[in-house]
Design a protein around this ligand. Structure first.
Ligand SMILES: [Fe+2]
Length: 241
């Protein structure tokens, strides 16, 4: 039921919003959630682009109804979709084994796979490139922000953004959805753990830059922690520019 609604929204409007906890078989072991949450603070800074984001990454292979994690191919986006780092092969620190082995992390990835399986115009999941990025937007007086910073479509055909944690006082961090780059359709904020926004190529999206309230002192930081799960068709089309 939940999957049907999500797929319908994606096909119709290009995005869907839900919480992973809506899935009846999505159970959370508190100790695993603790391990996952604690990891974000320990990740290294993404030095490929500005924006004060800490980052981990892993690739996923889906074969015989099982996931395998590793680095299977170089990671790069095309200039067409990402003028900032497009065409640059990037390497990020792997998501740690202690996270990858949790039932919780595996359940998140498998739920997303289940949803993608039900999208009609997507090839079988076995043929897709699947990536998982953990992001901490580390917002201080100097803002944290996404790359690209404003409305865009990703190279990846389907992108899930799962919220893990967000500081209550964080300024910004709203998700923006737009059918056309000059017309904003929706501004929404993920607040609860595992609130999820999934988008495809039918709409543009962006996240507003994040900062701390004015009265905060210079070395105070707030955060927004996200798990991004991406699915990309292998067809090259225009190729890497
Ligand atoms: Fe994006």
């Amino acid at each position: 039921m939940e999957i049907d609604n999500i797929v319908q929204d994606l096909q119709g409007q290009g995005y869907a919003k839900f919480n992973l906890k809506n899935f009846t078989d999505f159970t959370i072991a508190e100790d695993e959630l603790k391990i996952l949450k604690a990891n974000f603070a320990d990740m290294p800074l993404d030095t490929y682009s500005e924006g004060n984001r800490l980052r981990n990454y892993i690739q996923v292979a889906w074969q015989n109804n099982e996931v395998t994690y590793g680095k299977f191919e170089p990671y790069q986006q095309t200039k067409r979709y990402n003028p900032v780092t497009g065409g640059v092969v990037r390497d990020y620190q792997n998501i740690g084994a202690e996270i990858l082995k949790t039932a919780l992390f595996n359940k998140i990835v498998k739920t997303d796979i289940d949803i993608v399986k039900n999208i009609e115009d997507m090839p079988p999941v076995e043929e897709l490139m699947i990536g998982v990025h953990l992001f901490r937007y580390n917002a201080g007086k100097e803002p944290a922000y996404s790359s690209p910073a404003w409305l865009h479509k990703d190279d990846e055909d389907v992108v899930f953004m799962h919220l893990v944690d967000v500081s209550e006082d964080l300024v910004g961090g709203e998700s923006i959805i737009a059918k056309h780059p000059k017309r904003i359709d929706r501004v929404l904020r993920m607040k609860k753990t595992f609130d999820t926004l999934v988008v495809n190529h039918r709409c543009f999206h962006a996240v507003t830059p994040m900062s701390v309230p004015e009265e905060y002192d210079d070395n105070a930081f707030l955060h927004r922690d996200i798990i991004l799960v991406t699915f990309q068709k292998r067809e090259t089309g225009e190729g890497i520019e």
